[in-house]
Design a protein around this ligand. Structure first.
Ligand code: AMP
Ligand code: GLY
Length: 423
């Protein structure tokens, strides 16, 4: 079989590594992929958001199955377009991807179907939003409605900050049209858990839970990033909480999407906060998380491609989905300065990696001399799998020493908060 994967980050590298384990796979094409994954996939220089070019390329190549992982192409209808060509896909339709692409859609869905989430109000006009924040209780959370590269959320502690965030989104349009509407919501407190799940629209199978580390610096300081590291499983997510989430959140969400005529097939990501009033949804993503995928998929013991085909064919209830009892840790190495300005073009070298460790490349490309060089903010993630979390963290940091480039930045405390919980 020939497989086409749309996307080019560390998440896609982790997906491709797992798909490549299937014996029926001949060639994996990555559009655009990145040079760090070239041993596993043939990279094709087409942007993940250029749906027209993706479709044109797919028409000319014998593709048996497509996997669409990033949010933008999903929201732009990449799956709809490829399915119309007769190429079966893993990933939601544009209509189902609205669960991530519009926070207003997601909040209204949760409200309508009684799915626990923060209380909220929606505003389309700046004056009304400004009026609201004058009397609302603080802290408050202000979210741009649309996709904003993970940067559309501001947590504000007084009226002045709220006004600044609202003006930036609605007047200065720093997130483009994504900020024309905003959600203003109640601030929730508690540990955060990411749960990725496979769903074919009827059956939902959660994957092993994980914990992201979004802030740039140690001790959860500094600006928000796409994610500086992850661990799995998340020790806060007990079996009792998992059962409660299944009943109150996971099943109601896929049933709600069905009732709305937007059945969700693909990977549905639940960003949860475990509040004192029970688990609540902070956000939905219509796709695998990055870098959550880099710890979740290395723990998957069954065949990813078969699961993806079962999701597409609505036979997930009969699929084999098993996760290892081990733990995983992923440490991201970024360009110094990320998520703000940074330099790129530094040569990346990788020595011999210890067993059960992997490097997943994200911002990497070949220069004219054929060297692998840095080409983005998050350059790569180093993942280790071990019997317990402590060993996985140690092994990931040990493996990270084997990978070098100038001007690198990483956090040194990935997993430490989780370790404290385990005692
Ligand atoms: P998002 O971009 O939607 O992933 O949100 C970024 C981060 O903002 C989340 O991971 C949370 O830490 C935080 N956040 C979002 N919504 C809330 C909320 N209602 N209360 C507290 N923190 C929030
Ligand atoms: N790591 C969070 C996300 O993928 O949205």
């Amino acid at each position: 079989m020939n497989i086409m994967v749309i996307g080019g980050g560390g998440r896609e590298h982790a997906v491709i590594r797992k798909i490549a384990e299937n014996k029926n796979v001949e060639t994996i094409f990555a559009l655009p992929g990145n040079a760090g994954m070239r041993e596993l996939a043939q990279c094709v220089d087409i942007a993940a958001t250029n749906i027209e070019a993706i479709v044109a390329w797919a028409k000319e190549h014998p593709i048996d199955f497509a996997v669409v992982t990033p949010d933008d192409p999903l929201a732009l209808g990449c799956v709809d377009a490829l399915e119309a060509l007769g190429i079966p896909c893993f990933g939601p339709t544009a209509a189902a991807a609205q669960i991530e692409a519009s926070k207003v859609f997601a909040k209204d869905l949760m409200q309508k179907y009684g799915i626990p989430t923060a209380a909220y109000a929606v505003f389309e006009e700046l004056p009304a939003a400004l009026e609201y924040v004058r009397t609302a209780p603080y802290p408050l959370v202000i979210k741009a409605d649309g996709l904003a590269l993970g940067k559309g959320v501001s947590i504000v502690s007084d009226v002045a900050q709220a006004e600044e965030a609202l003006r930036a989104a609605m007047e200065e349009k720093v997130f483009g049209n994504s900020g024309s509407r905003v959600v203003i919501e109640e601030y929730l407190e508690g540990p955060e858990v990411s749960v990725l799940s496979f769903t074919d629209g009827q059956t939902i199978v959660p994957m092993v839970s994980s914990m992201d580390h979004k802030r740039a610096f140690d001790g959860d300081e500094g600006p928000n990033t796409g994610g500086m590291g992850t661990i799995a499983p998340n020790p806060y997510y007990t079996e009792a909480i998992a059962a409660q989430c299944m009943e109150e959140i996971f099943l109601p969400t896929i049933q709600a999407m069905q009732k709305e005529g937007r059945p969700f097939q693909g990977c549905l990501y639940f960003g949860l906060m475990l509040t004192k009033d029970g688990p609540k949804v902070i956000e939905y993503n219509c796709r695998f998380g990055d870098p959550e995928t880099q710890v979740v998929l290395p723990l998957l013991e069954s065949d990813l491609l078969e699961i993806m085909m079962a999701v597409r064919n609505k036979t997930l209830a009969n699929a084999d989905v098993r996760f290892s009892e081990k733990s995983a840790c992923c440490v991201v190495k970024a360009s110094k300065g990320y998520p703000r300005a940074y330099e790129k073009g530094f040569v990346i070298t990788c020595g011999e990696l210890p067993e059960n460790t992997f490097v997943f490349y994200a911002g990497a490309k070949l220069d004219s001399a054929g060297n692998l060089v840095t080409a983005g903010g998050r350059v790569l993630g180093v993942t280790a799998v071990a019997a317990d979390l402590k060993s996985a963290i140690e092994l990931a940091y040990q493996a990270a020493e084997q990978v070098h480039f100038d001007n690198e930045a990483k956090r040194n405390d990935i997993g430490q908060r989780a370790l404290k919980i385990l005692g």
